[in-house]
Unconditional design. Structure first.
Length: 210
């Protein structure tokens, strides 16, 4: 049986909604202005983002986007790990943490169990639905952190369980969600959509935080 290793990230930052399909992925990225950029793989798969209806209206937002995700095939040995996913509703107050490209290690708590809204991704505006959200000040994520895996601790010492990908950020000036709201795309939805793209049965993909 042939197996493949992929880098998991957001469509808008990794695949540019398909415009970067087949392009090389480098680490560090060219925008990081590092002297050495190693090509670690190529963009292989993405779930298309569907633009919002125009003009923008809450009563007619257009097609919802339940995921923002893509895969880059990487030159690495097979990753063997349990499917690190929390399924079903995520409880309010769940502590989460992430390591982002821009902001590094940050932590917060889930404050919004079902988050929907319009997001301007530069190349277009999209309506996101069925995300979860954290609210904090200072922010849980900064520009450039898209695709970072949000994780929680489990009962096993040192074990982490992924809940989703950092996708977008906005600022709310008033209660009950005063602060920076960061949208997290549910990992279970991400894996189910990507499994269909690479012809893998649902539940057969595994995820490991590197």
């Amino acid at each position: 049986m042939t197996s493949f290793s992929y880098l998991l990230g957001c469509n808008h930052s990794l695949a540019f909604n398909g415009r970067a399909l087949g392009q090389a992925v480098a680490f560090p990225a060219p925008s990081d202005q590092q002297p050495v950029a190693n090509h670690i793989g190529r963009v292989a798969v993405y779930v298309r983002l569907r633009p919002a209806a125009w003009p923008l209206r809450w009563n007619n937002p257009g097609p919802p986007n339940p995921v923002d995700c893509a895969l880059a095939e990487i030159r690495a040995s097979t990753v063997v790990a349990p499917r690190t996913v929390i399924t079903g509703p995520i409880a309010l107050g769940t502590p989460v943490r992430k390591i982002g490209r821009t902001s590094g290690h940050t932590s917060s708590t889930i404050r919004i169990k079902k988050l929907s809204g319009f997001v301007d991704l530069g190349g277009g505006t999209y309506y996101f639905d069925d995300y979860v959200g954290v609210v904090s000040d200072p922010p849980f994520a900064h520009p450039g952190d898209s695709g970072a895996l949000a994780v929680v601790k489990t009962s096993a010492p040192g074990d982490l369980t992924g809940i989703g990908l950092v996708t977008a950020r906005t600022y709310c000036p008033s209660d009950p969600y005063k602060g920076y709201i960061v949208a997290i795309c549910r990992l279970e939805n991400v894996l189910d959509h990507l499994a269909a793209q690479i012809r893998v049965a649902p539940g057969q993909m595994t995820v490991k935080s590197l």
